[in-house]
Design a protein around this ligand. Structure first.
Ligand code: NPF
Length: 269
């Protein structure tokens, strides 16, 4: 009757929306949720968090921490006394997971901007250690290449708004001639909009901006953000449903890949 959730920082909007959904759907199924938040600053390991949950008699755990496929497989094997379901891994990895299609929304964003006439793209990706940030970046690059384009510049942020603010200023210093900017998540896009506004750069007049996640606030940014919508509530719901259905040595624990789709608002043109 108790479900574990190990998550990255809940100060970030995407993981906190997923955590809220996990709690809500688990409670509706009469499960309690114990949350262990990994604090990267104290270098707390994922295994410590799992052990902490095991000591509280949790036997199913949802893990929303970026993991390379081999690391996730290792964690699952080392913890065969607890059922692990992963939310931030490559969807095609062998572990039990509920993830988003990493290519459909990114492809749609590049295609949309291309069809609007954009040819000069800059990329502001999430952190280099993040699996989902790298999958999004790879898909932007692959799609640009299919149009025989290369980005004019690439930078990385750490998911928060400050890093988006700093990141776009760096991109403008390196190569100011871009008309389209793809951003790894909405919080960084918020910082981007703020920096561009301060510099007197009009969005979308001079630069079109597309975010990623479609967290609750992005429709209220100024201008309202065009973004790739991930149904984070659905990810939490699916994760709870699948982990509660699967029993420990179930052959048929089935992973699922959820769609991501472009939502066009006012930050692109
Ligand atoms: C993350 C992960 C950490 C911080 C920010 C974001 N983000 O803004 O997108 O994205 C991850 C989610 O945490 C994970 O649950 C999953 O939805 C994945 C596709 O993206």
């Amino acid at each position: 009757t108790t479900l574990g959730l190990v998550t990255t920082s809940l100060a970030l909007h995407a993981p906190s929306q997923v955590a809220a959904a996990v709690k809500r759907y688990a409670n509706a199924a009469d499960y309690q949720v114990l949350i262990a938040m990994i604090d990267e600053n104290v270098n707390q390991s994922l295994q410590d968090c799992i052990n902490e949950l095991k000591s509280q008699r949790v036997d199913k755990v949802i893990i929303n921490v970026p993991l390379e496929s081999s690391d996730a497989e290792h964690i699952a094997q080392e913890n065969d006394d607890i059922l692990c379901l992963f939310l931030d891994v490559d969807p095609y990895s062998a572990v039990f997971n509920v993830s988003f299609n990493p290519a459909d929304g990114t492809r749609a964003s590049v295609k949309y901007l291309y069809e609007q006439g954009h040819r000069e793209f800059a990329l502001l990706a999430g952190p280099e250690q993040s699996v989902s940030a790298n999958l999004r970046l790879k898909s932007w690059l692959d799609t640009l290449e299919s149009y025989r384009l290369k980005p004019v510049s690439i930078s990385h942020g750490n998911w928060d708004a400050q890093s988006g603010y700093n990141g776009v200023l760096q991109l403008l210093r390196e190569a100011p001639d871009f008309s389209a900017l793809l951003v790894g998540n909405d919080q960084m896009a918020l910082g981007v909009l703020s920096a561009l506004h301060q510099r007197g750069v009009s969005v979308p007049g001079q630069i079109s901006v597309i975010g990623y996640d479609d967290t609750y606030e992005s429709a209220f940014f100024h201008p309202a953000l065009t973004t790739v919508s991930l149904d984070l509530d659905l990810q939490g719901k699916e994760a709870v449903a699948r982990i509660l259905l699967a029993s420990e040595h179930d052959e048929q624990r089935s992973s699922s890949i959820l769609p991501a789709r472009l939502v066009v608002r006012s930050s692109t043109g």
